[in-house]
Design a protein around this ligand. Sequence first.
Ligand code: URA
Length: 250
Amino acid sequence: MSQPPEAESIRLNRFLARAGLGSRRSVEGLIRDGRVKINGERITDLGRRVDPVKDIVEFDGERAIWPEVWRIFAFHKPVGVITSLRPQGRTPCLDLYASRADLPPGTVPIGRLDADTSGLLIWSNDGPLHQALCRPLSEVWKIYEVQLNRPLPADGETKIRKGEITLDGRPCLEARLRRLDQDGRRWEIAIHEGRNRQVRRMFMVVGVRVVGLHRTSVGGLDLGSLKPGAFRELDTDESTALRRKAGLTD
Ligand code: URA
């Protein structure tokens, strides 16, 4: 298991990023908005430094944790659970999180799955892994099983494979497709970017609707036989392999 570097005085944005609150750049917005306190004092100075061991850093009133050890978990997200620690009115991952008191503080879901998507969701307190896996053009392949409302037309298949689908004014990267049934309603698709509702929208563009979506793999880590709602901690080899796939070496 990788260890965070020795604690020393570091910039506040770096601390918040390591605590899993976002990229170094995005957490600057949280500081500017006055949502961060050090030892009870509200901080808006982006240049402020922090001692990760001695100082108490809070974000929106909750302590931001400098992880002692980076730990990574696989979680089988059931359909109907929202990937957010602060959802409005529906079953949040937080309920499941609270039921797993042994998850270390600062452990959060990495990326999102739609409420109606099931499957593998990585959770970790590893801030750099979080940022690496959420980069829009990551080299990390994510594999989904897709159920369509009708067979995928041949020209749609070609467009998806060749990256000829445009979403939000930008072409998608090429995707890998594998047919899983005779009539072309069940497919496996692998993508290595992460736009909002990407898989559903890619199929919609070629005239078919996704009626079932399940993620089976992220960066070579397979969901395997993990039951819906269950967590499993990755062992050292799995953690190292996933971090390497994400381009992290330490
Ligand atoms: N693509 C989608 O459309 N939904 C997900 O949940 C994940 C990928």
